[in-house]
Unconditional design. Structure first.
Length: 336
């Protein structure tokens, strides 16, 4: 990727892909009738959020929570489109009038209660999931190996191994369901489009298909880093009992997230340097589970989303908008 090439991120959604630009986030979804529909949401970051995004360690926490909140709206859109496509044709006509009225109310409410509610649910889902994923391995390790040895660093290593095993089993299990399998295919399609764009390739399904479905700048890599770095960080501070251990894990969650985010940015920055590129390999290996090879129809959706995002970004730039007045920058890589 050349110095002047913008760095974009994205997120797979149900039957589609969302890409984040400088000024707007765009989701493209493949409907049952093969039509591609879009959700276009201009960015409107608060000035204090923009400032926090520039502070090392803090920017990782802010970015992850912010992208979780914003990503929820796009996931909801794709889920609603998927559910709507499941309605029988004979029932659809009866629902049109209700849907129009519902959409009017939704449009009126997005600026207040609904945006707040979706954002809160996205943040809570992330935080609760993170706490559960952090603490369950602690209790499992303590139950199985409490009296096996006295070295707390060794306990931390076993805990990290249990956490990795739980993550791998969970990802493998959900990937067996048809919906999640297709979601992971769209995840692969998102990565392929970004890689093709960064290589200067023409964005057509046949040309994009040859690129890897794995990408350094991805949330899967972030998950792997939180496990590896968590073991290291937890080992710096000793604990004497289970309660101390649990409290330590909860208190250090923001620090682990912040450090992992910075390391993720670092591994992406050095990926073209011989020898250092291997630092990002653990995250790429995890992506073998979180991505699947997409077909050309799925690539078409991903390309449509990316092109629409770039088109709208250019229109906004042409109208004289500045980054400071609209957004805090690109969608964070931890969602990719």
């Amino acid at each position: 990727m050349s110095q002047g090439t913008p760095s974009y991120g994205g997120q797979a959604v149900i039957e589609g892909v969302m890409f984040g630009g400088k000024h707007i986030n765009v989701t493209a979804v493949r409907r049952k009738n093969q039509e591609i529909t879009f959700l276009e949401v201009p960015k409107s970051d608060k000035s204090w959020v923009i400032k926090l995004r520039k502070i090392p360690l803090l920017r990782g926490i802010v970015s992850i929570i912010d992208s979780s909140a914003k990503g929820s709206k796009h996931l909801n859109y794709s889920a609603e489109a998927y559910a709507d496509d499941e309605v029988e044709p004979e029932d659809r006509a009866k629902q049109i009038e209700k849907q129009i009225e519902k959409q009017k109310k939704k449009d009126e409410g997005w600026s207040l209660g609904m945006i707040f509610g979706v954002a809160v649910m996205g943040i809570l889902s992330f935080l609760i999931g993170k706490i559960i994923f952090t603490l369950v391995p602690v209790f499992v390790e303590d139950f199985l190996f409490h009296n096996a040895f006295n070295n707390y660093i060794l306990h931390n290593l076993v805990e990290g191994g249990i956490k990795l095993l739980l993550l791998l089993v969970y990802l493998w299990g959900i990937s067996q369901t048809p919906v999640i399998k297709r979601l992971f295919q769209y995840h692969g399609a998102e990565h392929k489009v970004i890689s093709a764009f960064e290589a200067g390739e023409e964005l057509t399904p046949s040309k994009v298909q040859k690129y890897s479905r794995l990408h350094y700048r991805c949330g899967s890599s972030f998950m792997m880093l939180t496990i590896i770095l968590g073991v290291i960080i937890y080992s710096v501070i000793p604990w004497d009992n289970l309660m101390e251990r649990v409290l330590q894990r909860i208190v250090l969650i923001p620090f682990v997230i912040g450090i992992s985010f910075e390391v993720l940015k670092g591994t992406n920055a050095v990926k073209d340097i011989p020898g250092l590129k291997y630092l990002g390999y653990p995250g790429l290996w995890l992506q073998l589970l979180t991505t699947k090879e997409p077909n050309e129809e799925q690539l078409e959706v991903s390309i449509a989303s990316f092109n629409r995002m770039r088109e709208l970004d250019a229109e906004i730039e042409a109208r004289g908008y500045t980054e400071a007045s609209v957004s805090g920058g690109i969608l964070d890589p931890a969602k990719g």
